[in-house]
Design a protein around this ligand. Structure first.
Ligand code: LFR
Length: 475
């Protein structure tokens, strides 16, 4: 039996999960769960990195209390956000969150220095206003003195791994989301970095998933009473999630959580003008794979309206209310206005008014508007993927926490007219563990891992209903 710890921190919560691999089965046990969210510090939205690290330590200590001693640990989080360290390895910056407005208007300024065509041909990364490249450029513009002092650039999981081990590396899958990594060489693109005037020396060596960073720092070893290997998973949560898609055949996956990431796994990047015209990303994956996918503003919109309703309704209740609502107004879920509006419900209502659609009023109407808008977008992106790959896919595999939403799953099946396979819900954690198991020799490769995942976790199926059964939601 091999016991490993996966730490998976998303935008709204984090978990420390114990994964046990035995007889070609993976079992999961949640050891510790904690809240996450942006807080305002000096007028900026930031993550509470020190608290997050304390929570990870609590999780490790709970293992000790349960008399479990995992062999290794690996951490994954959301992408693009980073910290900078000075010569003494002290933090120079807060971990500013990607939804902070500091990048407003910055993409256009970077366009003047490097054309989108060039940037895409080199990196293959989707243009999103909050990519690291734009966050760094905003910092350079507004606080050049900070960037001048920076000696180390670490993405969030890199920093947490540094706190565990004292070693500074940039893990590859997450590094690709900076839009500064060359998709062919899989290394920092020095040309882009120097053109934008970022200090080249602050970028660390890029290390691939499965790299063993060695043991814990001495003081942590003493504090916990045991040592563990620290093994890099795909530290970008989406990278870990896609490892756990339980299909060996190429299929469309939809990693559903705060974001909806919809794409196809490929063995090379597609940085063509056609891929650019669809604005698909090519994020680096494990073992030379690429995630050709689209970032779609996902359940964040629903999380926000829940907050606007003071958490009076659960996600399941909102789905129930939506089902019985007759409204068919649709919003463009990828419009940046929904990235961090002051009040999501009002933003949705304003959008519907401006586009001359019925204004949703009740919680059920607003939820329905969000669900059908997401389903509509998934349908369009599935078509774009088929056009890009010149392929017809028979099914869509929904993974992640959002896969628990039966109403949305059925809407996806009905809209795309494809079989929808649902699960595993814990894909990110499982993918994180798989990299550790392969590094430790417990699993041979990704194909074997996917067979094990298929045998260890349930996958539900939704078939598209016939046209007569489907209530039309076209505008
Ligand atoms: C999902 C995710 C997406 C990334 C977004 C912001 O949690 O990692 O892949 O685009 O968060 O980092």
């Amino acid at each position: 039996m091999i016991d490993c710890l996966a730490v998976d921190i998303g935008a709204s919560s984090g978990r420390v999960i114990l994964g046990s691999l035995q007889n070609d089965r993976i079992d999961l046990e949640e050891i510790h769960r904690f809240e996450n969210g942006m807080v305002e510090k000096n007028g900026q939205f930031c993550w509470e990195l020190n608290r997050l690290f304390e929570e990870i330590k609590i999780g490790i200590k709970k293992c000790r209390d349960l008399a479990v001693q995992p062999v290794s640990i690996g951490i994954d989080t959301w992408a693009v956000d980073f910290v900078l360290l000075d010569e003494q390895d002290q933090l120079l910056t807060e971990a500013v969150a990607y939804r902070d407005p500091r990048t407003n208007g910055i993409m256009e300024e970077v366009d003047e220095i490097i054309s989108r065509e060039d940037l895409y041909a080199k990196t293959g990364i989707q243009f999103l206003t909050f990519n690291t490249i734009y966050q760094l450029y905003s910092l350079k513009k507004n606080h050049p003195e900070i960037l001048r002092k920076a000696k180390s650039f670490l993405l969030i999981p890199d920093y947490l791994h540094f706190l565990l081990t004292g070693k500074k590396v940039n893990e590859y899958t997450n590094a690709t989301t900076t839009q500064l990594v060359n998709a062919s060489t899989k290394e920092w693109d020095q040309d882009i970095i120097t053109k934008l005037g970022f200090p080249l020396e602050m970028f660390q060596e890029i290390q691939k998933p499965k790299t063993n960073l060695g043991g814990l720092k001495k003081e942590l070893n003493e504090e916990f009473g045991f040592d563990m290997e620290v093994i890099l998973p795909a530290t970008h949560d989406t990278g870990s999630a896609v490892i756990a898609v339980p299909e060996v055949e190429p299929t469309i996956y939809l990693s559903s959580g705060t974001w909806s990431l919809m794409g196809v796994e490929n063995h090379f990047p597609i940085c063509s003008p056609k891929a650019l015209s669809y604005n698909f990303t090519n994020e680096g994956g494990i073992d030379g794979r690429f995630r050709v996918l689209k970032n779609i503003m996902g359940l964040w919109i629903l999380q926000e309206i829940r907050r606007n309703f003071e958490n009076r309704y659960s996600f399941a209740e909102l789905a129930e209310l939506a089902k019985t609502s007759g409204i068919n107004s649709i919003i463009d879920v990828e419009d940046d206005r929904f990235l961090k509006p002051d009040h999501m419900v009002e933003e949705i209502q304003a959008y519907c008014q401006e586009t001359k659609q019925t204004i949703p009023e009740t919680p059920g109407e607003i939820a329905k508007c969000i669900f059908i808008s997401l389903a509509e977008r998934y349908k369009q992106v599935a078509l774009e993927l088929e056009k890009l790959f010149g392929n017809t896919y028979q099914k869509i595999n929904i993974i992640g926490g959002g896969a628990q939403n039966a109403y949305l799953n059925q809407l996806v099946a009905d809209g795309t007219k494809k079989e929808v396979h649902v699960g595993p819900v814990e894909a990110t954690t499982i993918g994180n563990l798989v990299a550790q198991y392969i590094a430790l020799g417990g699993i041979e490769n990704i194909d074997q891992a996917r067979t094990i995942i298929k045998d260890s976790f349930t996958v539900d199926k939704y078939s598209p209903k016939s046209n007569e059964e489907v209530e039309s939601y076209e505008c």
